[in-house]
Design a protein around this ligand. Structure first.
Ligand SMILES: CC(C)(COP(=O)(O)OP(=O)(O)OC[C@H]1O[C@@H](n2cnc3c(N)ncnc32)[C@H](O)[C@@H]1OP(=O)(O)O)[C@@H](O)C(=O)NCCC(=O)NCCS
Length: 149
């Protein structure tokens, strides 16, 4: 029995743990800073955080969401965006990821968005399969660049 609900300040430690598992390249201090900024209401990204809990109330997954003015393959300028999506390994393939996406879509609609977009690393075949299974259509593969100014 999976429940999906918005993250509350009391979830900060659980959210941190899920975030560190999803993005291990970020330091704990950086993740904490993002979490503090979110609960202070100062974050543009993520704008919303959904947590999935199992029947015992244990956090087993998260979706971090934002609204982007532009997303690859989209036509509107207010696109609900899946910034982060993670389910703990022991809970995978049991519909938790799907429950998070369904809730995220509800959030996007409530924000007036008519499109929902996401991205994945090119070699993340599990993510690609899960996106496709949940109704996303692959719209492109991009290379990213930067330089110092
Ligand atoms: C991607 C992820 C969130 C999916 O979560 P999940 O709870 O396993 O997803 P669900 O159980 O709701 O699966 C929905 C459908 O996606 C597809 N799918 C999910 N995992 C799959 C896999 N390993 N191989 C093939 N298809 C898969 C299936 O069609 C599945 O439906 P089914 O189990 O009835 O066949 C999870 O695998 C994860 O956290 N991965 C690591 C982090 C990550 O890569 N996040 C995405 C970053 S873009």
């Amino acid at each position: 029995m999976i429940t999906v609900r918005p993250a509350q300040p009391r979830d900060a430690a659980a959210w941190l743990q899920l975030r560190r598992a999803l993005w291990p390249e970020g330091s704990e201090a950086e993740h904490r800073e993002d979490i503090d900024r979110f609960f202070a209401g100062d974050a543009r990204e993520p704008l919303a955080v959904l947590l999935a809990e199992d029947g015992a109330g244990c956090p087993v997954g998260l979706a971090e969401l934002s609204i982007r003015a532009y997303a690859e393959g989209c036509g509107s300028n207010r696109v609900a965006y899946l910034e982060g999506w993670f389910v703990v390994p022991k809970a995978r393939r049991s519909g938790v990821g799907q429950a998070l996406i369904v809730a995220a879509e509800g959030w996007g609609r409530s924000q007036g968005c008519s499109e929902f977009a996401s991205d994945a690393q090119p070699d993340n075949e599990v993510s690609a399969a899960a996106h496709r299974a949940l109704g996303f259509i692959e719209v492109g593969l991009v290379r990213c660049f930067r330089k110092d100014l």
